[in-house]
Structure formats: structure tokens, C-alpha cells
Design a protein around this ligand. Sequence first.
Ligand code: PMP
Length: 354
Amino acid sequence: MKKHNFSAGPCILPQSVFKESSEAILNFNHSGLSILEISHRSKDFMAVMEEAQHLALDLLRLEDKGYKALFLQGGASTQFLMAAYNLLEKKAAYLNTGTWSSKAIKEAKLFGEVEEVASSKDKNFNYIPKNYSIPADADYLHCTSNNTIFGTQIKEFPTVNIPLVCDMSSDIFSRELDFSKFDLIYAGAQKNMGPAGTTLVVVKEDILGKVSRQIPSMLDYQVHIGKDSMFNTPPVFAVYTSMLTLRWIKQKGGIAGVQKLNEEKAALMYGEIDRNPLFEGFAALEDRSMMNATFNLKDEKLKDLFEDLAKVAHINGINGHRSVGGYRASMYNALPKESVEVLVNVMKELETQA
Ligand code: PMP
């Protein structure tokens, strides 16, 4: 039986994508060959890469605006250093909203001066700092749109005159934004897009080529752009599965279509967290993430009962990250609303039994 999967990532993907990608492992495009055994330069795979790149830019409304989409390897963690390698000449500005921002800052410091414009570390990252100033002489501002661990999300992005770089690993393709505000967006695939193994990088070409250092080929965005994301063997299966998920998002009405469902799921989840006297939310109300809802039991003695009820209801993956504790319900694009209803019913049942 299929479980209700609230995992933070890798996580749920559409069932139709699981089915179609598993069929392609046995017989890709009725070719008599597995997707895993064909050349990445074959006509069939080149078409996959092209469609994945096209769909990514199309869904973000960035086609014909000077952007390129790349499917790279090394996870979002490699982008922490790659962004700095390619863009940081002297000084960069970073907004610190959690563990992943902190890791990005650590890597950037290897390449130049980092000015932390604001941090929410004082309250264990349960909010998004506001009203900070950004140095006009910084090479770029880096932020994290959604803080997977703490369950906070930036609702309004700063308007800046310097390049804006954003780690969108855990909320890419989940809500409409003016993506043309950003000059570099990156996201590990393993939340809203596909399996672990590829990272989507969307970069505005005119910000590149401005640093004086030499960049190793594998870490140079311009090299990957020059080779259309085929500089070396791409992670074919991860790109194929991502392409299928991007098609699925398009069929759902694009980002606007999935956003509507995401809003409904989040309203249901937070509604119960706020209504149920046994629970309390972790993140500041105005900064709550639509993707990861973090919450705690007020009385730890109910832990076993709550977790038993969740298990019986076939709920998977709600334990919070060790740095926050409590619970985290990740509600990525592919999570059906019905799964949230099941979790909400378990929370109500706890109230009855406690
Ligand atoms: N950024 C964010 C916001 C994340 O949630 C994660 C992983 N959960 C990462 C970066 C790191 O991604 P990866 O494991 O692909 O390096």
C-alpha cells in the first residue's frame, strides 16, 4: 500500500512519473533499450535534455530573456561554491536564514569577503529577517527562498541593483514569482523536480565572465552553457525523470496550477496546527513555508501515542530535523491533498484520545 509520504527530500514525486520512468528503465521510447544503457548523445536522450531545459525556462517564464537552464551534478551543495567561484570577485552579500544559507556562506568565504546582511540565528532561524541594508558594492546577494529544515519561506524578495542569487532547492516550481528578478537560481532536483542526482541551474548569461580568477571547467557555468549541459556525461535518469515531472507540472496548469493546490494543503495543515490545542507551530506566522510545516507537541508525553496513530494511518516522514526537533510535514507539489487530510485527522484523533 502506498504511504502518505511527508519526507523532506528525497521525497514524493507524482505516481505517473514513477510509473513512466520505471517503464523507461526497461524499454525507453519503445526502442528495445533501457534509458540506462543508451548514449547520452543519442538522438532520444538529446531530445530529453532539450525538452527538460525548455520546460524549466518555460515554467519559470524565462524563455528569450537571456537565461540558460543547465542540469548539473554535485547537488545544491556544489552550487554553494560554484556560484561564488563564478561570481565573487571581491565581496558578496548573504542573507542567513538557516543551515543551508550558513553552508553557502562558509563556501563563499573561500573566494572573497562575505558580508552577512542579516541572520535569524538568534531565534534558531524561526523567522526571515526584514529591513536589512545591502551593500551596493557587493558582487551579488545570495538568499535561500525556502528553509527546508526550519519551515520558513521568503515571501518578498529584496529589490537590488546587484545580481540576485537564490537557492530554491525546496520550493522551485511551487509558487509564482517574478523569476526575472533573479540572475542565478539553483535547486537540487530531489524535492519538486526529480530524483537526487541532478541540480537545476538557471543563469542569466550576462552576469558571467566577470571574475578574474581561472575557473576549472567542471565548475565553470560558461563551459556548461557552451556544451548545452553535455560537457560530460549528464545524469541521464535524473534528467529524464525531472523532465517527466516538469511535463506533469505543465499539465497541472503550470506553476499557478500547482500553487493553488499547495495553498490549499498549507491552509489545511496550518489550520489544524493553530486550532489543535495539543500542537504549536515553530516558524513565525508571516514566514511560514508552504512546503515544510514545522510543529511541536506541547506535551512530549503524547509523543508515542501521536506517532503510533500516524503509523497506523500509513504516514511516513514527519519527524523534524534534529536541529529543530518535533515534526515537519513536507508538502511538496506531488503530495496529494488527501495525504494532508489524513495527517490532520490523526492530529484530531490524538486530541480525542489524549
Ligand atoms: N539547499 C536547501 C534549501 C536544501 O534543502 C538542501 C538539501 N535538503 C540543500 C541546499 C543541499 O542540497 P544537496 O543535498 O542537493 O547538496
